[in-house]
Design a protein around this ligand. Structure first.
Ligand SMILES: [Zn+2]
Length: 436
């Protein structure tokens, strides 16, 4: 749906026509560049239904009669990238649906299906899954069984700690991996490689002892990662367009801008997620150390080039204190885990987390004092998706080490189903009705 507004720019007082693409939303903040003076004019959109949908602009709205017949037109859509300064209906970036079709060509259907599954998972699966997991963490087993039964239609629940853990994490895995979608190969590979190494590592008592000793830490990671994943889902519409970057050639996006004005909100999510993901990395390195050198604390002789000699960790406690860039360099040395360093790109983290960072609405880019060209808003959203993807895998990894640290865990019977159950995530069937 596109609505037309005759707007008087609060800066230059000139009138123009804003064509604004609208979708159902709880709240979307956006901006419209004035075609006369380029001032970004902020706006908000609210309303899930047609009759309560509202678009509010910071500029004054005027009647059609007050506008001259040749008033310039700007088309923007906070849900689809458009071309900054587009003033006609011809060409790329002026007509939102056409823009997507132009950009995606034969991948349009895949993209729409992937986005559709993600939205469906959020609408129909996330709320009961989140509830189930809350009860799991609180060990409220009667409510846990009730939610599994009534909301997720799962009949066989089991009563052992292991059964419950498998169910809670499987539900979480299905929902979160569906939200990441078809382009989540890196996160999947990190998890698969970890699983193999973990199965080898837990055969050694020193490794199991370490996991037991650090179980309180793993338990708090479990709660924290779950909590942050919930914030990501709550704000999904704000970063969902990051997916587009994974579907199209980057060069086709250079002229396009997503006219959303939500940088602060999304940056906070990004930073929180990034920090937390890096806090989980000791698990990967402990596993690698055990498999390679029989000691979870031994980092061996081969260190990443960026880590100075005097910073090389001699044990996990020293590793915990390293800057994130060094931690990521260590996990990046392991084949298959290098995907984490691209999902958690430390260079971009430095730009996005810089004290002087801002969303330059005139260029549509995230810039800092030191980096004036910065990165595009769409690339930034793709980084956010990357952090979410990393968290989804790390959450399942945290689960495996918690299982191995539990008192009833026996190495001869690690129950291969635990691992198999997360090997292949299949998207849930699409439902037409909302469960919540
Ligand atoms: Zn103006």
């Amino acid at each position: 749906m596109i609505s037309r507004y005759h707007v008087r720019c609060p800066g230059c007082d000139e009138v123009f026509i804003a064509r604004i693409g609208a979708q159902p939303t709880d709240l979307t903040k956006f901006y419209v560049p004035c075609p006369h003076c380029q001032l970004p004019i902020r706006g908000r959109m609210t309303g899930q239904e047609l009759d309560d949908h509202r678009v509010i602009l910071d500029g004054d709205l005027v009647s059609e009669a007050e506008a001259s017949t040749n008033a310039p037109v700007v088309t923007i859509d906070p849900f689809v990238p458009s071309r900054y300064g587009a003033d006609s209906l011809d060409g790329l970036g002026t007509f939102p649906t056409m823009t997507l079709m132009h950009l995606l060509e034969d991948r349009m259907l895949d993209f729409m299906e992937d986005s559709g599954h993600a939205s469906e998972a959020i609408d129909s699966l996330w709320v009961p899954t989140e509830m189930l997991f809350e009860y799991y963490l609180d060990e409220n087993w009667s409510m846990f069984a009730r939610v599994a039964n009534k909301r997720l239609e799962i009949q066989r629940i089991g009563t052992s700690r292991h059964d419950r853990s498998r169910l809670a994490y499987h539900a979480l895995g299905v929902a979160t991996v569906t939200i990441v979608g078809q382009t989540g190969e890196r996160g999947k590979l990190v998890f698969d490689r970890f699983t193999r190494k973990h199965l080898a590592a837990i055969r050694q008592e020193s490794h199991r002892a370490l996991l037991r000793a650090r179980d309180a830490e793993s338990a708090s990671l479990e709660r924290d990662v779950f909590g942050v994943m919930g914030h990501f889902v709550d704000n999904y519409p704000s970063w969902s367009m990051g997916r587009l970057v994974r579907y199209v050639d980057a060069s086709t996006l250079t002229d396009l801008t997503l006219f959303r004005d939500e940088f602060t909100l999304v940056r906070d999510l990004y930073q929180q997620g990034f920090e937390l993901a890096c806090k989980c990395l000791w698990i990967l390195l402990a596993t690698q150390n055990t498999v390679k050198r029989g000691d979870p604390n031994s980092f061996g002789e081969i260190h990443p080039a960026i880590v100075p000699t005097n910073k090389r960790p001699k044990n996990l406690t020293q590793f915990d204190k390293l800057p994130n860039a060094y931690k990521l360099a260590y996990s990046g040395q392991v084949p298959g885990w290098d995907g984490l360093s691209s999902l958690l790109d430390n260079k971009r983290r430095n730009t996005i987390g810089h004290a002087s960072v801002r969303h330059d609405l005139r260029s549509g880019r995230i810039v800092t004092d030191k980096d004036q060209s910065g990165i595009s808003y769409l690339d930034f959203l793709n980084e956010v998706l990357g952090v979410y993807e990393a968290l989804c895998s790390l959450m399942q990894i945290v689960r495996l080490v918690r299982v191995a640290a539990s008192p009833d865990f026996t190495v001869n019977r690690p129950n291969a189903a635990v691992y198999r159950s997360h090997r292949r995530f299949t998207p849930p069937p699409c439902r037409t009705s909302r469960v919540r």
